[in-house]
Design a protein around this ligand. Structure first.
Ligand SMILES: *Cc1c(COP(=O)(O)O)cnc(C)c1O
Length: 238
């Protein structure tokens, strides 16, 4: 009798945060929505710049434009991820965030990108929509900077049909993302109590139940995928 924000969503959020070594998981209905909500929660808007890679799904860039900010493209290096030197060179006094993508599960150079962001007092937002289970120096992706966004759309390695998540270690930021995701509501307050201008991007109980089941199979499926990839590589090498 509970279709959203019941025990299934709570359980999946807990499981996914633990799986990626993050303190908080705010589920939402897509990776695209998660990116937009994270940018809104940071107050990023007109006049602000966000550094993004050009080799990614459109949402990395459209999310920046949807909040009214300006995407600034910087190229990749041979890791297939954002070149930290290019990111550093692209920073201006308008830059509010760096948003690299862990492309194909290959984790960006977080030491360099995180260091650059920290030194300039800007946010590092991971577009982690390809990186379920990926780690940087033993810690899962998603909360390596301020936050990271995941997608559970049907083409992804784990899916709820649709779905997304914002991971962070920052409790205040998590609460603000949750509020924006839930029509600007405040946790623990009456239903028609709205403190922010939000949207409705809630994950449903049904999707969360699917996602818990998917998560339990992800590791075995990932190992199988890697074996298949290795086989293809060796057979195609000739
Ligand atoms: C899939 C994807 C998204 C968007 O996720 P949706 O759930 O489809 O909205 C964002 N960024 C990247 C890199 C993706 O691959």
């Amino acid at each position: 009798r509970r279709w959203f924000y019941g025990p299934r969503v709570a359980q999946f959020e807990q499981e996914f945060a633990a799986f990626q070594d993050a303190k908080f998981c705010v589920s939402c209905n897509s990776g695209t929505a998660g990116l937009e909500i994270a940018l809104e929660a940071l107050g990023i808007g007109p006049g602000d710049e966000v550094i993004v890679p050009p080799y990614t799904f459109v949402a990395t860039v459209s999310a920046v434009m949807r909040v009214g900010a300006t995407p600034v493209f910087v190229d990749l290096d041979k890791s297939w991820c954002m070149d930290p030197n290019a990111a550093e060179a692209a920073i201006t006094r308008r830059t509010r965030a760096i948003m690299p993508v862990h492309f194909g599960g290959r984790v960006c150079d977080i030491d360099r990108l995180g260091g650059i962001a920290q030194a300039r007092g800007i946010a590092l937002i991971e577009d982690a929509c390809h990186s379920w289970g990926a780690k940087w120096k033993g810690k899962g992706t998603g909360a390596l900077g301020l936050c990271g966004i995941f997608s559970f759309q049907e083409s992804k390695n784990m899916t709820g049909g649709e779905g997304g998540a914002i991971l962070t270690d920052n409790e205040k930021f998590a609460a603000l993302c949750r509020s924006i995701c839930n029509c600007g509501r405040e946790e623990g307050m009456p239903w028609y109590h709205h403190i922010n201008v939000g949207t409705n991007a809630r994950l449903t109980e049904f999707q969360a139940a699917l996602l818990s089941a998917q998560l339990s199979r992800l590791e075995a499926q990932t190992i199988k995928r890697e074996r298949n990839a290795a086989l293809l590589n060796s057979e195609l090498a000739e």
